[in-house]
Design a protein around this ligand. Structure first.
Ligand SMILES: [Cu+2]
Length: 280
């Protein structure tokens, strides 16, 4: 807590160069936040103070650029809290607006720094006290509340990797590993609702998409509203940097496998193909 009563959330993030295995025997020389792609998820409640010490242990300039509301000096672009190799910089800002956001490196060349793996989720839960008209809905989004624990929450960052450096992706995925959730479907309890924080960071292709089989969902564009911006759809498409929250239910459904994937068939075949295993 800060003297003002505001909650302070502190993080240490380092830019690290690391080879990651994106498919059996296929290694990609990634640039990572804390050694992982996507980077660690930053999750806070609306109004919290975020303080991040960012250490650049790589060999290029890097930044943390957050999608959120903050002052120009905290924006993490070249010339503004950009860390040179060996340097540490500190970002500090308030978490707002509530929603499903992201952060990524904004050093130049931008396309290269982003595609290499420098991105992660920034999720801001609504503060129920600020939303008295929809307090129950707001509470259900706040990590750890009893209302939230009913939900099965998942983070899906849609990405791809150009493993032969021809400026096209050879593999596509959610959360970096092609076909991972086909080989090991995500177990879903039928009677608990599902909430997916969906973020698109795919480079080289103008759009990516999410399609759910045999069911429909509600969608909150950018996650910045407490009522859906799309109702009863089975597909959404997102450009790079776009994101949103999907909510669906399998209550009363027949147990079994329910696929979800990009509806660009090429992306699906190259790895962005997944399944839920719904259990009674
Ligand atoms: Cu960078």
């Amino acid at each position: 807590m800060l003297p003002s009563g505001q909650r302070l959330r502190e993080y240490d993030i380092a830019a690290v160069e690391r080879e990651i295995e994106v498919a059996p025997g296929v290694f990609y020389p990634a640039w990572t936040y804390n050694g992982q792609v996507p980077g660690p998820t930053i999750r806070a409640t609306e109004g919290d103070r975020i303080r991040i010490r960012f250490a650049n242990r790589g060999s290029h300039m890097h930044t943390l650029h957050f999608h959120g509301i903050h002052g120009a000096r905290q924006d993490g672009i070249p010339g503004t809290l950009e860390a040179a190799p060996g340097q540490t910089v500190t970002y500090e800002f308030d978490a707002k607006p509530f929603g499903c956001h992201l952060y990524h490196c904004h050093s130049l060349p931008f396309k290269r720094h982003l595609h290499k793996g420098l991105y992660g989720a920034f999720i801001v839960d609504p503060d129920p006290e600020r939303h008295p008209e929809q307090v129950e809905v707001a509470r259900s989004r706040v990590l750890g509340t009893p209302e939230n624990q009913r939900w099965q929450e998942l983070l899906m960052v849609m990405n791809g990797f150009d493993t032969n450096f021809d400026e096209e992706n050879e593999v596509y995925a959610v959360n970096s590993i092609p076909h991972a959730y086909m080989k090991q479907p995500i177990r879903i309890e039928r009677d608990r609702p599902v909430r997916i924080y969906l973020i698109n960071v795919t480079e080289f292709d103008p759009i990516n998409s999410f399609h759910l089989h045999a069911n429909f969902f509600d969608y909150y564009d950018h996650g910045t509203t407490l009522t859906p911006t799309l109702r009863t759809v089975d597909t959404v498409m997102l450009c790079q940097g776009q994101r949103g929250i999907i909510e669906c239910s399998f209550a009363d459904f027949e147990p079994g496998l329910y696929m979800f994937h990009a509806h660009q068939a090429e992306f699906a075949e190259l790895g962005w193909m997944s399944a839920f295993e719904v259990v009674a």
